[in-house]
Design a protein around this ligand. Structure first.
Ligand code: BGC
Length: 347
């Protein structure tokens, strides 16, 4: 087990960005930047024993600041969408940044994702990143102290533990936005990957990708991934929900959610044999098939074209502030938010 640090570049204001590499004795490694507490690379062993980088990302700070669609970033204080870009808390109205189509708040407009976090090596296999968001940043109430701990264990499990506490009542919902390609980034689209989701229902959305309310049974629909299915098998079929979002981009309700760590997904690269199991304490997972990737050049100049990476963003459901039927993520002043997600790699 080892943790090493190297310079990654500089922010426009001169702040240095570092990359931390956590490597285990199998050669598996996770590379995390202080910019956005961003997962830049994960090297996992394929069926032939070769290491492949299974995460999409960029080589420079400038690329992360100008070309990114949240590749690998820690997102918060509220990931995914808030309809109307506003929330009401204790009778007070808060306007948030309407960064999507001028009407929706998406990923808190990058509030956590494009800041430089402070890093502390907390163990031979773990680095903790922390960021203090000032009261009112992005419109969200309260000074929020956020942490993201990355630990890579000897079983090739990358544990990400989020925690946050605010000095005002506020909504907290953090995620990691890694785009995976288990065949290795740059090896084409992800349509041949097999995916399994432990979800009997998903939350259907409107044309702005805001949940309509309630959930819908996956039975008999292209959203049924309870048995392994190729991502591409049904992605373009005539289905109103898929047409609305241009492919999978939906929150799945994790079966039996009780706040303990439970498996929500598994995926397998068809060309590499690399498998990934995902576990989380959270109630939902956004399965996004990279439909909006449009060819930005990423690591080694490889273009990230449509559907060359997929995301499994563990989360509270989108637009929870406006949906009393969804599990709540309103935290009182001083109340601790915490969540864990594990990405486990094998072959
Ligand atoms: C959203 C997508 C969006 C992507 C990048 C995902 O969480 O669901 O619609 O394009 O993030 O912002």
């Amino acid at each position: 087990m080892s943790v090493s640090r190297e310079g990654f570049g500089f922010m426009p204001d001169g702040t240095e960005v570092y990359k931390y590499v956590i490597e285990n004795m199998n050669g598996c490694s996770a590379h995390v930047l202080t910019l956005g507490a961003t997962l830049q690379s994960v090297y996992a062993e394929d069926a032939a024993g070769e290491l492949r980088d299974v995460v999409l990302g960029f080589d420079t700070v400038e690329d992360y600041l100008t070309k990114s669609n949240y590749q690998g970033a820690t997102v918060g204080p509220y990931c995914n969408r808030i309809g109307g870009a506003s929330v009401d808390i204790n009778g007070k109205h808060y306007e948030l940044t309407a960064n999507e189509k001028g009407v929706t708040n998406l990923h808190a407009a990058g509030e956590f994702s494009y800041r430089v976090w402070r890093a502390t090596v907390v163990d031979a296999d773990a680095v903790e990143f922390d960021y203090v968001s000032p009261d009112g940043e992005g419109g969200f109430p309260g000074e929020t102290k956020a942490k993201a701990l990355f630990r890579l264990d000897a079983q090739n499990r990358l544990h990400i533990v989020y925690s946050a506490v605010s000095d005002r009542d506020t909504y907290l919902n953090m995620t990691n936005h890694a785009y995976f390609n288990l065949n290795g980034f740059g090896s084409g689209d992800i349509l041949g990957h097999e995916l399994c989701l432990n979800a009997d229902a998903f939350t259907p959305v409107d044309a702005l990708s805001i949940p309509l309310g309630g959930s819908r049974d996956v039975t008999g629909t292209p959203f049924d991934f309870r048995t392994p299915q190729a991502i591409g098998a049904r992605i373009d079929c005539a289905d109103e929900q898929l047409e609305m979002t241009g492919g999978y981009d939906h929150n799945f309700c994790i079966a039996g959610w009780d706040g303990t760590l439970r498996q929500c997904a598994s995926a397998k690269g068809d060309l590499s044999g690399i498998k990934m199991n995902v576990y989380t304490t959270l109630p939902g997972v956004q399965f996004y098939a990279g439909n909006f990737l449009h060819g930005a050049e990423g690591k080694h100049g490889v273009p990230m074209t449509k559907r060359t990476g997929f995301c499994l963003e563990t989360q509270y459901y989108p637009d929870t502030p406006h949906r009393p039927e969804f599990p709540s993520c309103l935290f009182s002043a001083g109340e601790a938010y915490s969540a864990e997600t594990v990405f486990e790699f094998s072959k």
